[in-house]
Design a protein around this ligand. Sequence first.
Ligand code: NAI
Length: 411
Amino acid sequence: MAARRLGIEPHPTIAMNNLITLLPNSRPSVPDNPAIPFVEGDGVGPEVTAAMRAVTDKAVQTAYSGRRRIEWKEVLAGGKAFERTGEWLPEETTEAFRTHLVGIKGPLMTPVGGGIRSLNVALRQGLDLYVCQRPVRWFKGVVSPVKRPQDVDIIVFRENTEDIYAGIEWEAGTPEATKVLHFLQDEMGVKKVRFPSTSSIGIKPVSREGTERLVRAAARYAVDTGRKRLTLVHKGNIMKFTEGGFKRWGYELLEREFAKEMKDGRLIADDCIADAFLQNALLKPEAYSVVATLNLNGDYISDMLAAQVGGIGISPGGNINYTTGHAIFEATHGTAPDIAGQDKANPCSLILSACMMLEHIGWAEAARSIETAITRCLSQGKATADLARFMPGGTTLTTSDFTAEIISHLN
Ligand code: NAI
């Protein structure tokens, strides 16, 4: 049995009827006691995962009067997996996320010198999780570098599988880089590589299909949540076929599949050049609501927006394939080795990722109650050290005490 081989006893109550499945309308069908796989993660992972599970369990129990309950199923990745199985990302783990559709993970260390560049990227690619969804909003009490952080309420849909970020690159001076350069110069007539002999080369694939599925998911979200405004962010003025293609294919998709919603005002679409977007998002963030963008732009944009609300350490994330229903929600920070094991880590990023997960499976009441509880704690200046030290009159709590405080506000 795969789980036993990993040293984990399977949960006795996990059976086929605990599985989340996908309905023909692409919505998940969720039993009252779904089995949900989780990866504890490395460094502060065990601490923030324990906090996330405790808060989520209590919120679900309270919101549904004990009628619903998550059957947590631990799967291994990262350091713990390597220790027990000799593999950083055992196939059983990817398989568990595949079978159970929805899961959650703590931060994972990047293996040094291994064949895997990043465990997170390997998981995203393995399940083709093409949307990286990053909601960014301000929580009252959190100190921010801008005057009106409350104006930021933006959901970023970042394309997760293409772009220069896809990792197709060759190092300067290697036979591979030289071969690609020769092809470009000799067969494609490229004369623009300024210093060919010392150039590393990267490839930027952006496809119509990749663009369409991302923009479709963002538009559907904008309509379903009543947010309405969707902005395509790109650098198509310079990179005409890749980022320009993203803009053109995006608009074409909207005109084809969302004509009715745009006509009756349930969807308002526009676009913005990436550099202008970074300025505008700082000067008038209220102009944006749902943003669809390419992989690299999305990386910068989500962290800049998170910093604007003072929430770089607490912002949540989800990697989702809206076609197959596969989704893995995750803390957006790393393993924080400097504070691991000290009961200091802020668990909000993973807890708010669990809120996204609850929302995704349609348990919105539990998600809302957690957000309200976190808002109450933070607005009273109660937080872990990373946030409390900047709050005037803030009270620094340990991870465990902060978790207990959140739980005490759940009703
Ligand atoms: P990091 O996010 O782990 O730490 C950066 C700084 O933020 C540190 O001072 C840390 O103490 C603080 N910090 C991070 N999370 C915190 C939390 N929850 N509460 C309080 N303070 C927190 O980034 P770093 O140091 O660059 O990476 C460490 C390891 O994490 C690396 O192996 C990296 O590859 C991995 N990593 C994993 C990610 C993931 O699994 N999603 C994302 C980013 C990094």
